[in-house]
Design a protein around this ligand. Structure first.
Ligand code: HEM
Length: 144
C-alpha cells in the first residue's frame, strides 16, 4: 500500500486558516483569469486585423480607454498573485530546509510586489506622446 505523506503546510491553526483563504483565492482568481486572459487573447488576436494590427499605436489606443487600463491592471495583479501563491505552494511542499523555504518564498513575494508596482505604473501612467521636443521620435498620431 502506498502512504502519501502529510503535506507540510499548513504548519499550525493560524496558518491553516490562511491556507484556506489561499486555497479559495486560487479557485476564485482562476475563474476570473479565464475571462481576463481569453478575453484579452480574443480581442487582440481575433477581432479587427488580428495579430497584424498589434503595434505601438494599438497598445496606445487600448490604454487611452480606462476600461482596458482596468482590465489589464486586474489581469496583471491576479496573474502575479495567483502565480506567486502557486509557486509558494510548490516551495512549501518541496523545499527540504527551513532556511531555503523561507528565502525562496521571500524572493518570490519580493519579485511579485516589484513587478506589480512596475506593471501598474505602466498601465496607469502610460503616455504615448511624452516629449514634444523629440519630433522625429514621436508616433505619427501625436500632435507636433
Ligand atoms: C486560465 C486561468 C487559470 C486558471 C483557471 C488557473 C487555475 C488554477 C488552480 C485551480 C490552481 C490550484 C491547483 C491546486 O491547488 O492543486 C492553480 C495553481 C497554480 N497556478 Fe493557475 N490558473 C490560471 C492561470 C495561471 C497563470 C496565468 C499562472 C502564472 C502566472 C498560474 C500559475 C499557477 C501555479 C504556479 C500554480 C501552482 C501549481 C501547483 O500547485 O501544482 N496559473 N491554478
Amino acid at each position: 500500500m502506498v502512504t502519501i505523506e502529510t503535506p507540510r503546510s499548513p504548519r499550525n491553526r493560524k496558518s491553516a486558516n490562511r491556507e484556506k483563504w489561499a486555497w479559495l483565492f486560487m479557485r476564485a482568481s482562476g475563474v476570473v483569469l479565464i475571462v481576463l486572459i481569453f478575453g484579452h487573447l480574443f480581442i487582440n488576436l481575433f477581432t479587427g486585423d488580428g495579430i497584424k494590427a498589434i503595434d505601438f499605436a494599438f497598445v496606445a489606443g487600448k490604454w487611452a480607454n480606462p476600461f482596458w487600463q482596468v482590465w489589464d491592471t486586474l489581469m496583471l495583479w491576479l496573474a502575479l498573485i495567483h502565480g506567486t501563491n502557486g509557486m509558494r505552494t510548490l516551495v512549501n511542499d518541496y523545499a527540504e530546509r527551513e532556511g531555503w523555504r523561507k528565502s525562496l518564498n521571500f524572493s518570490l513575494w519580493t519579485i511579485c510586489i516589484l513587478l506589480i508596482v512596475l506593471g501598474t505604473l505602466v498601465t496607469t501612467t502610460f503616455d504615448p506622446c511624452p516629449d514634444t521636443s523629440v519630433v522625429s521620435a514621436l508616433p505619427q498620431f501625436c500632435s507636433k
